[in-house]
Design a protein around this ligand. Structure first.
Ligand code: GTP
Ligand code: MG
Length: 803
């Protein structure tokens, strides 16, 4: 069973929409295809005294049969994409590539804030030999975890930017050691940095969802779950913090089923809990696994399950089998026949169901106590998909953007997606996921958005903020390149394939702030920093209000903007003056209104003349604007028409009511007149702007405010308090769920009414409630608010005018 990814539209590198679809096709059992051939592995290099897996291999022509099979696959992918399953792709693959891919895992770690993602990743890096010592998040040694490399992250103890790394996991299979190459991205938990999770999930094949053993499914787990579903990401679940007081993995298992509505069952039971937590019983093989020795480096596996756990383990194993029978036909059959499946049958079923997004196996451990991380790494290899398990689609521009499948063969023409940009001391770094073909140093690629040819001077593999040079990277891998000008979300090809890839979902900014450097001599550094931040983060936007000459930055929330102000200070030594955070409102119209506008100015010398007629009306797409030229008979020449379009665009940048962006408006121009000497682009642009402003009111101009999908969780006894809090904010309650101890409430609430909510929630729930918000949609602001906002804006304008 496979996962399929699909389509979004790209516009100037910005994403307009995204949609994903999942489809399950036929069941296959995933098995490695024979031992590695020795030819293609280069001698392992030494890093920090340790060996690492190098996918670069000596250049040689692909075997004739492999190249032929690959070209046949490409032809088929282009001609008959619908019928080309990953199974066919995989079956026809050159054995060398087949083996290589079967040992690659691209995974993300995603979870609620503070559940231990970075701490888990630190263990993964340590056990795989990537780092020599473990440093804790906000640890006493002051060094900080490897993946939180930014000074601010170390200080605050939170992850702000996702960080990529890679490592090798040596796993024993059938008494033989197999090396798996894992590309891993540690993502931030805070909702303000959600784009980091979004773009990591866009390019990864699988994820580890971490949960806290005490808290179980938390508000942000629900958001992460939504994101994983959006990109069809198979996941394994890891219940962390088993060493904490009150740890209970069964609550987490139950909540994944009930709250996330995702079938889940534990594949382990804990041996001891809290400070007695020692290891786990593996329910598939019925063996006890203890983490022992310094930093849990010794994994002791024994057939001797503690006496007091035997019955419990049997019971939980049965539960696992029953749950699998619900989602997997083979196990269902065995279950109905009242037979017991073999460990291999269980394992294969877990893999099938996980990859098909029907199930998540749940493991447990404690990263901080160095327990039970290695079995989780085994599970990454066993149950998460390899690159060829995932169907990735591109749009063929030569066929009207018809979908075509990408085939992860090294020998095919290159197709890759730039999913993240970052600037460091050496220049701009572009993270690329290679979907098809091989990326080689020194070769040329085409940016399918700009049609520009770029040379790839340097390829590196990232290890948090360090990097390692490689000469080539194969299909299905993740790497970063230097010196490539592009935008986040651009597709690169070898120039022969007219493909463009779909991109990730970029949420709208909801909060804005006016900002300016304290000292005028910092202006250069300020704009350098702003350019960089905007390039790196598509959710961070900047705009200069020409009237007030204020620079306004906007983003996903207060913390998001605060972090950039702080980074300006630390990284660029620019102290700034900021205004109050403001909600990013929008303006729109409700009905059609006609205009007939004449601009005629005579100020000595040549004057300005433009006459435009037409109407404005609500646009079909409420999120964007459109301009329609309906002029016949050359009443207005084409060049002035495009000036009208430009004028409309300018008018929409700054709405008449509040000076916020106008969305959902359409302008149709069907009439007009010109003057032989006085008409110009300027005059027509201005006429269109004036016409728009003049009829905006008549067209039912209104203010829109952002509504946030807000998830609140608290113990049941506080339900009344919370409903009262939400009613006060005129929230629309979408869903409530009452569990045995806790309840969850999901509501759409205006962002404007959520200022100061965290302290009120704390007060109303004795600090036991928590919430997370993500942008949902724009909706009409209540009349009293609209009136208030408009009056305030008019007063500000008045004050400026009279200055
Ligand atoms: N008791 C206990 N504490 C843990 C465990 N794992 C992590 N922690 C602690 O939990 C806190 C948060 O850990 P992080 O690894 O930063 O969590 P995170 O999920 O990466 O956090 P964000 O990236 O900010 O969302 C730190 O103080 C850790 O020491 C664990 O297994 N047991
Ligand atoms: Mg973290």
């Amino acid at each position: 069973m496979r996962v399929q990814r699909a389509v979004a539209a790209l516009n100037n590198g910005r994403i307009l929409s995204s949609k994903c679809s999942g489809r399950f096709m036929g069941i296959v059992s995933q098995k490695a295809s024979g031992p590695p051939t020795t030819q293609w592995r280069q001698a392992p290099l030494q890093i920090e005294g340790r060996r690492y897996f190098n996918v670069s291999r000596p250049r040689r022509a692909a075997p004739v049969n492999a190249a032929a099979a690959a070209s046949a696959a490409l032809r088929k992918a282009a001609e008959d994409a619908a019928n080309m399953t990953p199974e066919t792709v995989f079956a026809n693959m050159d054995p060398e590539e087949k083996h290589r891919l079967s040992r690659v895992r691209n995974i993300g770690i995603a979870a609620h804030i503070d559940s231990g993602k970075t701490t888990v990743t630190e263990r993964v890096l340590f056990y795989t030999g990537r780092i020599k010592a473990i440093h804790e998040v906000r640890g006493r040694d002051g060094a900080g975890a490897k993946m939180d490399s930014m000074e601010l992250e170390r200080e605050k103890g939170i992850t702000i930017q996702s960080a990529a790394t890679f490592c090798d996991w040596k796993k024993v299979e059938n008494d033989k050691e197999e090396t798996y190459h894992v590309n891993l991205i540690d993502t931030p938990g805070h909702i303000d940095f959600t784009i980091e999770v979004e773009r990591a999930l866009r390019v990864l094949d699988g994820a580890v969802m971490i949960l806290c053993a005490v808290s179980g499914v938390q508000s942000q787990t629900i958001t992460v779950d939504r994101q994983m579903k959006r990109y069809n990401i198979p996941r394994i679940s890891f219940v962390n913090k088993m060493d904490r007081m009150g740890a209970n993995p069964w609550k987490a298992v139950e909540q994944i089923n009930s709250k996330l509505k995702f079938p889940a069952a534990a594949i382990q039971v804990p041996i001891g809990v809290e400070d007695q937590f020692k290891g786990v019983v593996d329910l598939i093989n019925m063996k006890a696994i203890y983490s022992e020795g310094p930093k849990g480096t010794i994994v002791r596996v024994t057939d001797k399950i503690p006496e007091d756990l035997k019955d419990f383990a049997e019971e939980k194993r049965q539960e696992l089998i029953e749950k699998l029978a619900d989602v997997d036909d083979e196990i269902a059959e065995i279950f109905l026949d009242e037979r017991t499946p073999t460990p291999l049958q269980i394992k294969n079923a877990i893999r099938r169901a996980t990859v098909a997004l029907k199930f998540t196996p749940v493991m447990m451990g404690s990263a901080l106590a160095d327990k039970s991380i290695q079995p989780m790494l085994d599970a990454v290899c066993d149950y998460l998909p390899q690159p060829a398990d995932v169907e990735n689609l591109a749009l063929d521009r030569s066929k009207g953007e018809a979908q075509t499948k990408l085939v992860p063969y090294n020998s095919l023409p290159f197709v890759g997606l730039a999913f993240k940009l970052e600037e460091n001391n050496y220049g701009q770094l572009t993270y690329i996921r290679v979907y098809q073909g091989t990326l080689r140093k020194g070769t040329y690629l085409f940016n399918s958005r700009t049609d520009k040819k770029v040379r790839i001077p340097r390829i590196v593999r990232m290890h948090s903020n360090e990097m390692e040079d490689v000469s080539e990277v194969g299909a299905g891998e993740i790497c970063a390149v230097f010196g490539v000008e592009c935008a986040s979300g651009d597709t690169f090809t070898d120039g022969n394939l007219p493909y463009t890839m779909t991109s990730m979902f970029v949420p709208d900014a909801v909060m804005s702030l006016s900002i300016k450097p304290k000292r005028s001599q910092d202006a250069d550094n300020f704009s350098k920093a702003m350019n960089r931040f905007q390039r790196e983060d598509p959710t961070f936007r900047l705009f200069v209000d020409e009237e007030s000459e204020e620079t306004i930055i906007s983003g996903m929330g207060e913390l998001h903007l605060e972090i950039y102000v702080e980074r300006l200070r630390r990284e660029y030594k620019v102290e700034c003056i900021t205004g109050q955070p403001r909600v990013a409102y929008r303006e729109t119209i409700a009905r059609r209104a006609d205009f007939d506008y004449l601009l005629r100015r005579q100020t000595g010398g040549p004057g300005d003349f433009a006459k435009v007629g037409g109407w404005i009306e609500p646009n079909e797409d409420p999120e964007s604007n459109s301009f329609v030229n309906a002029v016949v008979g050359g009443l207005i020449p084409d060049k002035f028409i495009s000036a009208c379009g430009k004028g409309f665009e300018i008018a929409c940048e700054k709405g008449p009511l509040l000076g916020h962006k106008v969305i959902g408006a359409k302008m149709v121009v069907n009439d007009g007149a010109t003057h032989v000497t006085d008409s110009s682009d300027y005059a027509f642009s201005l006429a269109a702007q004036m016409a728009f402003r003049k009829v905006f009111d008549e067209a039912g101009g209104a203010v829109l405010e952002p509504l946030m999908k807000t998830t609140i969780m608290a113990p049941n006894e506080f339900q009344g308090n919370i409903i009262m809090l939400m009613n006060k904010r005129s929230a629309t309650i979408i869903d409530t769920e009452i569990g045995t101890e806790e309840f969850t409430l999901i509501a759409d609430v205006s962002l404007n009414s959520m200022f100061g909510f965290s302290s009120q929630l704390r007060a109303a729930t004795q600090g036991k409630g928590e919430f997370s918000m993500e942008f949902s949609h724009y909706a009409a602001a209540p009349p009293h608010l609209q009136k208030e906002l408009v009056a305030k804006y008019q007063k500000e304008l008045e004050a400026k005018r009279s200055k």
